[in-house]
Design a protein around this ligand. Structure first.
Ligand code: LIP
Length: 257
């Protein structure tokens, strides 16, 4: 299944790439949440091909009405993660596809066609970037940890969420190496998997932002949890916390101060 998925996702990457280099009309789903015709085009392409190739799976996708979809044997799709980057020609943007069997992680694929980076993982078989095995960093000193985060779309409408972002930043920033905010949760998780970041946290993400990246990170030796340090549950938890494992407890502790 993995090879067929990669073939289809690479074809979809051509649609993303065409859009990236052309002029785009933007529609707003919410105050800060954008969508373009390319998000819809990539999604429709993937849904059609996945439906044909993998009829036993339902497809849960960002730009679709998922109300009648039951999460079980599912392919969870973000056609363009990092849409704001895509619109602004910042090359941190990717197609994210997470495959689940009976709600359990099976295959994760994240593809950035602009930088030509393909992250893949099958549960139990390790994680790879362009075919090369990747692993999390072995840094265990929190002060030396490069972290990444994201800001929720609700930061423009919900003062509690905005205050929470600022409070956590104020506590964590002086204690770590630095914090990045590049704008694609799927790639941020892959960057932890690859040892670029030691950790990552963000609130209010949707299942399609993280469904693939969390499989890739776990297969690279990393850890994913909710803000209490317990198992992260797709579709349920407000916060995702991810790391190289070594700094996880300290990250969780600081996020709860
Ligand atoms: C985005 C994320 C980004 C996050 C945004 C948003 P989209 O996904 O990947 O990191 O900060 O809140 O969820 O909307 O571009 O697919």
């Amino acid at each position: 299944m993995k090879d067929k998925l990669i073939q289809i996702i690479k074809e979809a990457g051509e649609i993303l790439k065409d859009g990236y280099y052309s002029k785009k009309d933007v529609t707003f789903k919410a105050k800060k949440d954008l969508v373009t015709k390319y998000d819809v085009a990539v999604e429709n392409f993937l849904k059609e091909r996945f439906g044909r190739e993998f009829p036993k799976f339902n497809v849960i996708a960002e730009e679709s009405d998922n109300t009648d979809k039951i999460f079980s044997d599912s392919i969870i799709v973000d056609p363009i993660d990092g849409t704001t980057n895509f619109v602004n020609k910042l090359p941190h943007t990717a197609i994210s596809v997470g495959v689940y069997k009976d709600k359990k992680p099976f295959i994760g694929i994240v593809y950035n066609p602009i930088l030509d980076e393909l992250y893949t993982a099958v549960v139990g078989e390790g994680a790879y970037c362009n075919g090369e095995k990747i692993e999390v960093s072995d840094e265990s000193v929190f002060q030396k940890a490069l972290l990444s985060t994201g800001f929720p779309y609700t930061s423009g409408t919900c003062e509690d969420d905005l205050n929470d972002v600022m409070k956590k930043m104020k506590i964590i920033l002086p204690k770590c190496q630095d914090i990045r905010r590049l704008g694609s949760a799927a790639l941020d998780l892959c960057y932890v998997a690859r040892g670029i970041y030691e950790g990552y946290y963000e609130m209010n993400l949707k299942a399609w932002d993280v469904s693939a990246g969390l499989i890739i990170l776990q297969e690279a030796g990393g850890k994913v949890s909710n803000i209490d340090g317990n198992d992260y549950i797709l579709f349920e938890n407000k916060y995702i916390v991810a790391s190289n494992n070594h700094i996880h407890n300290e990250l969780i502790r600081n996020l709860n101060l």
